[in-house]
Design a protein around this ligand. Structure first.
Ligand code: AR6
Length: 171
């Protein structure tokens, strides 16, 4: 399984599935969630309404509608409350849940945004370390997924994921 880190807009990324950093209502919001809903069109919200929300750390899949991606995998990340509320385990669970759902749906290529590091204020370095660790741990058990890309919106986010990857490779 290939793993790459790029800077860009995930709504323009061509993959079998892109991941949405959603909230538990799955009814849209700001940040990457708002951008995905705008780019996918109103049919995405219609399908999301039928899902009746999603728990933090879990994931649900929809069609990608007008996006270049076939599917959107929606995962509500944890809101950072200082680290004592299970935030790290929940964020790890987001990445694992999304990758398993991608496999169940036969996806070969998957793209992630930096879950929880925007409005939800999860510390970037820590979030990057968790994301990279979970994606690399998934690699040997991946069957359909051949390529995972972290699509970072800004340079600081990209640098944090690159540092986390270097760190993981040295371990
Ligand atoms: N492509 C890639 N990454 C993006 C894009 C984009 N088009 N737009 C923003 N980002 P956030 P969260 C980055 O706040 O912290 C929503 O209202 C952004 O720079 O989108 O998980 C939901 O409905 C940051 O690095 O998600 C929830 O209520 C990263 O995506 C809440 O925000 C995540 O920032 C979720 O908060």
């Amino acid at each position: 399984m290939e793993f790459s880190i790029i800077q860009g807009d995930i709504t323009a990324f061509t993959a079998d599935a892109i991941v949405n950093a959603a909230n538990t209502s799955l009814l849209g919001g700001g940040g990457v969630d708002g951008a995905i809903h705008r780019a996918a069109g109103p049919e995405l919200l219609e399908e999301c309404r039928r899902l009746h929300g999603c728990e933090t750390g879990k994931a649900k899949i929809t069609s990608g509608y007008r996006l270049p991606a076939n599917y959107v995998i929606h995962t509500p990340g944890p809101v950072w409350h200082g680290g004592g509320a299970g935030e790290e385990g929940l964020l790890a669970s987001c990445y694992r849940s999304c990758l398993h759902l991608a496999e169940e749906n036969g996806c070969r290529t998957v793209a992630f945004p930096s879950i929880s590091t925007g409005v939800y204020r999860f510390p970037l370095e820590c979030a990057a370390y968790i994301a990279v660790r979970e994606i690399l741990a998934f690699s040997p058990i991946a069957k359909t997924v051949q390529s995972v890309t972290m699509v970072c919106f800004d340079e600081r986010t990209k640098a944090a994921y690159e540092a986390a990857l270097r760190h993981a490779q040295q371990e």
